[in-house]
Design a protein around this ligand. Sequence first.
Ligand code: SAH
Ligand code: MG
Length: 196
Amino acid sequence: MKKNQFILQMKEYAEENHVPIMTDDGLHYLLQYIKKHHVKKILEIGTAIGYSAICMCGVSDDIEVTTIERDEPRYLEAVLNVEQAELEDRIHLIFQDALEVELDDTFDLIFIDAAKAQNIKFFERFEKNLRQGGTFITDNMDFHGMVQVDEDKIESRNVRQLVHKVKNYIAFLQENKNYDTQFLSIGDGLAVSVKK
Ligand code: SAH
Ligand code: MG
């Protein structure tokens, strides 16, 4: 199967099975960033079915991705997709809760795209694995526009708490003097935090 056709097939699968893969414009930004900054070693929190990991590897043949997923059916689907893309030697899939994973490697880019409520924990856990001058990119900073909505107007308690957590993470990044963070309204909202 041709590469583009396979990417489209993964997108269709994601849509049919309600897998929240990156939007086209968010992914486009991420891939451009990788290209522009010659990113080679990437850590991804939240593999889902391997769609974004496979796309990131497509930027250049010398890119390696380590990616973590805690959901077994998704992890197994990712294993199949990575095999089909013939990227087993460049994509390292870890089936575990990211908050229990210990890594020694150093990465150029850490892409956080998992449970929104835990972003601060992911950031703090993997900070030691990001090289100086490296970048954290966090997805879903707008939470489908919910971050803009007045918290009192959100009826679901669950959603309200999640919005609160996303706002805490925004404040955490803004106050973090070790990083320069930019917030971009691309896709579902991205935070780009460069380690000084
Ligand atoms: N990056 C993927 C989409 C990821 S969706 C893409 O664009 O193709 C978010 C995924 O993060 C889900 O599959 C969810 O199971 C996983 N996830 C959430 N919290 C996690 C955690 N603590 N550890 C590992 N995976 C987690
Ligand atoms: Mg996302």
